[in-house]
Design a protein around this ligand. Structure first.
Ligand SMILES: [Mn+2]
Length: 393
């Protein structure tokens, strides 16, 4: 028997860029192609099927078509909703719609769950001698609590037991965790994990392994720079358990990462240096990362100009990261600004805002404090919305 494990496919508007959103779809299509070609018995998806909890009609139709291809090939899909698959304030996930239409199995559909005083009871499905169950991604702290009260009715007779979840566990690094690794239920051979967009496998837990396939496409600049590969797992199993496990690569767009040091250079020199490194191409992804101490002001750098030239040369996606540039002014106001920043953050935190919202508010405050230069405010506002839009896991 054989299955594919994927996660974080994020169908929808990951980018404000049609070419890249098509790439996101194309990766999903490649996985469906592979599932059919490899003649798998089923597909396991560890959440974030969609990028938004209320996807566009186009995204819904695309996913419907791809799931129908799998259905026609006799391949079932098992999923738990991810953090992106649920709309604001909604209890049910968009994934449930597909469950009711018979195109996939939502393992967190209410028929698998019973929340009682004595605990949170979970069942799953046994299919082709594999027992599969899971817990959906987190929308609030409640989901973490579920793990503490979790009782799973495991099928001991299955050849393999698969637990799907959508959290970053502490084994990935304490600073990233939204769940202690030890909180996972025991007794499974394969832990199909999602939410972490990087690819990490073979994390040992109990008698099994935790596997993060990562997202099927790069969803932001950080992923483009940090994580070289996108892919999925192909797993063979028999009555003795997992027989063979392979990480298969997806074909993604070529990318170019340019690093520039700004030390002692004026804005125009940095701009020219960046432009000189670009070349005509047919749709590469481009990330320019600039760091160091600029001569003059950071705001003088015309990022919009670099972006426009790059797009004209054919790059499909351009990101110019100036976050690591230091101004001449920075040292002088360091202490004062730090204190002010803390006061602002503490206040917002006391009002219950989360860290993302606080970061956005602070960026807005920074941008509007440059009162004398409307062009600069406009440019910074555009950049900060870009950054906020692309910030997702
Ligand atoms: Mn995700």
């Amino acid at each position: 028997m054989r299955f594919i494990h994927i996660g974080d496919t994020h169908i929808g508007n990951v980018y404000k860029n049609d070419v890249r959103n098509e790439d996101v779809k194309n990766s999903f299509r490649q996985v469906v192609d592979a599932a059919i070609k490899e003649n798998v018995d089923f597909v396991v998806h560890s959440g974030d099927l969609f990028n938004e909890g209320n996807p566009s009609l186009e995204a819904l139709l695309f996913v419907t078509d791809q799931l129908n291809r799998l259905k026609q090939a006799g391949i079932r899909v098992f999923i738990v909703p991810g953090s992106h698959d649920v709309g604001m304030g909604d209890e049910d996930s968009i994934v449930e719609l597909f469950d009711r239409n018979g195109l996939l199995v939502n393992l967190n559909s209410r028929r698998y769950i019973s929340n009682e005083e004595s605990g949170f009871y979970l069942t799953g499905e046994t299919y082709r001698n594999a027992f599969i169950c899971g817990v959906r991604g987190k929308r609030s702290k409640v989901e973490n609590e579920i793990f503490k009260r979790l009782n799973v009715k495991i099928n001991d007779k299955a050849w393999i037991r698969i637990f799907i979840f959508h959290h970053t566990i502490s084994a990935l690094g304490e600073q990233f965790k939204d769940l202690d690794t030890e909180s996972l239920p025991r007794g499974f051979e394969y832990y199909a994990a999602g939410h972490w967009h990087g690819h990490r496998d073979n994390i040992k837990f109990d008698k099994g392994i935790v596997q993060y396939p990562g997202s099927t496409e790069y969803c932001d600049e950080k992923e483009i720079v940090d994580n070289p590969n996108r892919g999925y797992y192909l797993i063979d199993y028999d009555e003795k358990g997992i027989e063979k496990l392979e990480y298969c690569l997806l074909k993604t767009r070529e990318k170019e990462i340019i690093r520039i040091n700004a030390d002692k250079k004026v804005a125009l020199d940095i701009e020219n240096e960046a432009l000189a490194k670009l070349s005509k191409n047919s749709g590469k992804i481009l990330v320019i990362k600039i760091d160091g101490k600029i001569f003059g002001k950071k705001g003088e750098l015309n990022v919009g100009h670099i972006k426009k030239e790059a797009v004209d040369l054919g790059y499909s996606y351009v990101s110019v990261n100036t976050a690591k540039i230091v101004d001449n002014d920075d040292n002088v106001v360091d202490i004062k600004e730090n204190e002010l920043n803390n006061v602002e953050s503490d206040f917002l935190r006391s009002r219950g805002y989360n860290e993302d919202a606080i970061a956005l508010a602070k960026m807005l405050i920074d941008a509007t404090s440059n009162k004398n230069n409307p062009e600069l405010i406009k440019r910074q506002a555009e950049e900060l919305f870009d950054k906020y839009d692309n910030k997702r896991t």
